[in-house]
Design a protein. Sequence first.
Length: 199
Amino acid sequence: MAEALDRAVVHVVDDDLDLGQSVARLLGRHGHATRAFSTPQAMLEAQAQEAAHCLVTDVMMGDTDGFSLAEQIRQRDPGVAIIFMTAWPTTANAVDAIRRYGGLDYLEKPLDEDRLIDAVAEAVAWSRRRRAALLCIAALTPRERDVLERLAQGMSNKMVAAELGLSPKTIEDHRAAIVAKTGASGSAGLIALMRDISD
């Protein structure tokens, strides 16, 4: 079955297991396959067995906080979307959550259910786009990746050739290979592909 038709996997981590399970049940009622964990380590072990599209994690949890968990999971799986939740919101943490730790949202407890549901839906869509883009990029050679990065910056074939010390014909050949491997055609498609792996 195509991934778009599959239920998205959502992991919820909160040292208050009752709350975590409550969030997981709510998201389960909206079509997601959910699991709740009371420790980051338990979640990481589960993630190794079944990769989640979205992680909803508390920020403050005993020995390991949600930001530390985010760093660990980003190293293991750059395709998982992260949503932070906290009972102690601060502007500094909100900025860090998004900019430094790659969170897609930062929610205040008690959670607004509609906002949580919308945030998870957006996170799942982001994860699916990112995983598809990463899969496409993985098929490219290092040189094709170099060419793609420059084309996605709006450089012409001649400009890329000059920067990489190659002939325009070689760049055209690389561009054709990139299109064949990724399905991304035209400048807009190449830009969108790079955006999906760097967002």
